[in-house]
Write a protein that binds this ligand. Structure first.
Ligand SMILES: NC(=O)c1ccc[n+]([C@@H]2O[C@H](COP(=O)([O-])OP(=O)(O)OC[C@H]3O[C@@H](n4cnc5c(N)ncnc54)[C@H](OP(=O)(O)O)[C@@H]3O)[C@@H](O)[C@H]2O)c1
Length: 323
């Protein structure tokens, strides 16, 4: 079969032949013939050597939708071996697509517990765009921050794959949603998904202008971290919950403990989610009729360039590979 393989550390993916996988049915393994796969920032980080435990050769890709050999239309939950405690994953937790082979291929072997019916209102490309980012956004917003109807939510980096789901899920949950982005046009795209408005974080005084527009936020969902995080704390309402699932901008400097304890803030970290949360997320997406935002669909053969393009973050929503 054809696959996009990381053959060496810190190198672009190569579109090459790999042996067809052979499933051990007695062990619960199933072969999925992939129709679409989707990119995550994780894939980009792995190709740049910015991810722990990189072990080439490996087929990358955590998101996929396709058909089992019995003809069932499925999407794959990339969150494996979470373990018994819903509060945190156990040590042998793993994500599909490194160290085990992933979805950037014509076929993949997965445990049948990772398979869920494709939501019927989604195209195959949309379904492939949902799993990792949808799960991450759902746990951060719903399980961790427990967003409530009428609350004011800030989602940073609106163009991000997870961020677009956080925006749509918060809106569907009845919250008022605001965003930040490096691009005015991405803020407009977020508005078309239901956001009230936003601020461009590359412009001086963005936090002040957001405060003037929206006052303060009950829930803040962030993946950037870095020095900008202290602005988020200043935008938080008393008793706000701030949850971050990524650290694209690195370490957080200059954070004042006084503002955190005086405002009674809760600051949380979140990573992906449990199988139960995956199922809840799918139900929510079905009931609310949510459609993942797809930036573009490109052939699997062109996937290496698509992964490389994530370095500029020019996309809005998910980049999908057609297998
Ligand atoms: N813990 C987990 O389970 C988990 C799951 C998924 C992702 N992540 C992490 O979360 C981060 C985002 O992942 P993704 O797949 O959604 O990535 P992505 O689709 O590549 O999006 C990244 C976005 O980050 C935004 N950004 C960059 N600098 C920013 C800043 N200073 N302030 C606010 N936003 C900024 C940009 O938004 P604009 O283009 O709008 O400016 C960019 O589009 C990555 O670090 C990833 O590793 C973690």
């Amino acid at each position: 079969m054809k696959a996009l393989v990381l053959t060496r550390e810190k190198s672009p993916l190569e579109y090459i032949d790999r042996p067809d996988p052979v499933a051990n049915a007695a062990e619960g393994e199933v072969i999925v013939h992939l129709r679409h796969a989707a990119l995550n920032r994780r894939d980009y980080y792995i190709t740049k050597g910015m991810y722990p435990g990189v072990e080439p050769p490996v087929i990358l890709g955590s998101d996929g939708a396709g058909l089992t050999e019995g003809g069932r239309e499925v999407i794959i939950n990339p969150s494996m071996n979470w373990g018994p405690d819903p509060r945190a994953q156990q040590r042998k937790f793993a994500i599909i697509g490194m160290p085990s082979d992933g979805t950037f291929a014509e076929q993949i072997i997965v445990d049948k517990a990772q398979l869920f019916d494709k939501p019927s209102h989604l195209s195959s490309a949309e379904a492939a765009a949902l799993p990792l980012a949808g799960l991450t956004a759902y746990r951060a917003l719903m399980s961790k921050c427990q967003v409530r109807r009428g609350e004011r939510v800030l989602v940073t980096g609106a163009g991000g794959g997870v961020a677009q789901f956080a925006t749509q899920f918060a809106r569907a949950a009845g919250a008022e949603v605001w965003v930040t982005s490096s691009s005015d046009s991405k803020i407009q795209q977020a508005v078309s998904l239901g956001a009230n408005g936003g601020a461009n974080y590359t412009k001086d005084g963005w936090a002040k202008s957001l405060k003037a527009d929206a006052e303060a936020f009950d829930v803040i969902i962030d993946s950037a971290g870095g020095d900008g995080f202290k602005d988020l704390v200043s935008l938080a309402a008393p008793a706000a919950r701030i949850c971050f699932y990524g650290g694209t901008r690195g370490k957080i400097n200059g954070l004042s403990p006084q503002i955190i304890f005086w405002k009674q803030l809760t600051i949380m970290g979140s990573t992906m989610g449990t199988a139960d949360e995956f199922e809840q997320m799918l139900r929510f997406v079905r009931e609310q009729g949510i459609h993942p935002q797809i930036d573009r669909v490109v052939p699997l053969a062109d996937g290496a360039a698509a992964v490389e393009s994530m370095g500029t973050s020019s996309q809005f929503g998910k980049i999908v590979l057609e297998v």
